[in-house]
Design a protein around this ligand. Structure first.
Ligand code: CA2
Length: 144
């Protein structure tokens, strides 16, 4: 499968300020773990701090990949533009969060973008991404 993994704002800084919610994992490290876990899939990784760039990437992924994994970062709670792009995109798509959103501040409990995906996974650090790829495989083989 060809899978695109998108990360939103501030996820490029994961290892710059170790945090109780995100651990000390770097984004590069996270990407390496995904590739190592799924040697038979092809991955494209993209991170941006800009809403419009994420929208552009979701638009161009449509038709060019077999699945999409997205951590919209803070935009998860606010972005109608990313939500709309996800609605238009016909790929199987799963939203992921490193931290357990349900255990955090109430302003993070509303996930605007997740309802435009097939589902979402939250709280398992790098394993949220691993689980998402596993589930995309299941969707691809119609076992889900
Ligand atoms: O848990 C997640 O994956 C989040 O999407 C991460 C976002 C946050 O705004 C979402 O509510 C949940 C934040 C990305 C990283 O922010 C940093 C904060 C401190 C140190 C380094 C990065």
């Amino acid at each position: 499968m060809k899978i695109i993994v998108l990360n939103g704002p501030n996820l490029n800084l994961l290892d710059k300020r170790p945090d109780e919610h995100y651990g000390a994992l770097s984004l590069k490290n996270l990407e390496e773990i995904i590739v190592k876990e799924f040697p038979n899939h092809q991955f494209e990784f993209f991170q941006s701090n800009h809403e419009g760039e994420l929208v552009d990437k979701i638009q161009s992924a449509n038709g060019s990949f077999d699945g999409l994994v997205l951590n919209p970062g803070g935009y998860s709670h606010t972005s109608v533009a990313i939500k709309d792009a996800l609605e238009i995109c016909v790929l199987p798509k799963i939203e992921v969060h490193i931290s357990n959103i349900a255990r955090r501040e109430s302003f993070r409990h509303s996930l605007l973008t997740a309802s435009s995906c097939d589902g979402y996974i939250s709280g398992f650090r790098e394993n949220s991404y691993i689980a998402a790829v596993y589930l995309l495989e299941k969707i691809n083989t119609s076992k889900l």
